[in-house]
Ligand binder design. Sequence first.
Ligand code: SF4
Length: 337
Amino acid sequence: MKNQQLFGLTLGELSELCVEYETKSFTSKQIATWMYKSRVFDISQMSNLPKFFRERLKADFPKLIQPYASVSISKDGTKKYLFEYSGNRRVETAVIPGTDRLTVCVSSQAGCRFGCRFCATGMNGFHGQLTAGEILNQIMAIDEHDKITNIVYMGMGEPLDNAEEVIKSIEILTAPWGCEMSASRITVSTIGIEDKLKDLIEKTRVNIAISLHSPFTEERALLMPIEKSRPIAELLKNISSLDLPRHRKFSFEYILFKGLNQSKAHAKKVGELALRYNARVNIIPFNPIPGLDLEAPSEKDVLAFQEDLTQRGVIATIRKSRGRDILAACGLLAGKK
Ligand code: SF4
């Protein structure tokens, strides 16, 4: 257990730690309460733990959470934090205020190995996994940590390429001994890795968003190389028996690019898929990335695409582009550093 971080351990792992330290097992719950509920990160202040135990813990885990390295604030109120973890792993965390909510967008990996054509994170390559503690650190170490209403796993990296740590972080966020957050306020966005997606569905109640971006195989493969080895049509067929929308929101993420995937034929096919799988569609106007030949759609085209889907009976929303002045596309800030 030594060499591990204390912050980010589940109750089960904390119990193992207590056995290792030969201390009473109920102490595990006390540590979890201090870290995840009371948000106390100085072990010497965990006053109901025996003094000798606090001293040993503090010697073995001198630092529980890591402060952010920098923060940028957009004119529209969006904030982007940069964390610099050991091993040259830089990750971004975005805070997006809304009228009645405050959403935090967390990263699950430093970089990404999937190389989607439209993504700044993918362009910069893969630099390492994050532990559950490093994922949660992005939530606890930001200035707004006590005002967060929603969490989305849509930052740097593919969450299901780091499924074990992502699921662990969700367990801590939602457990009665942890942060006690409702799973309905958490969304995991994935390009679709079937076996890991099944794990996520079975072990959590979070909302699921699948990155579609094109309903046509060849075109999706040009945008997202994963389509060649793991076609989305097969994934959807195989997970449909799990009756996804019963306990959670299920949606398709659809980045709209100018002149590429915004035609009537696209809307028709996306609409068919959405109705077949009982999914909503979240339309995301592309945020231009320097050096890429993909362009943002006009506002008129975005509205027309939404209207087309709505006419077909699909719930379609548009995600506003936020924080353009602070390098809004995910991965740009970490890459720039
Ligand atoms: S879109 Fe997601 S999966 Fe694709 S390269 Fe970017 S971070 Fe990776």
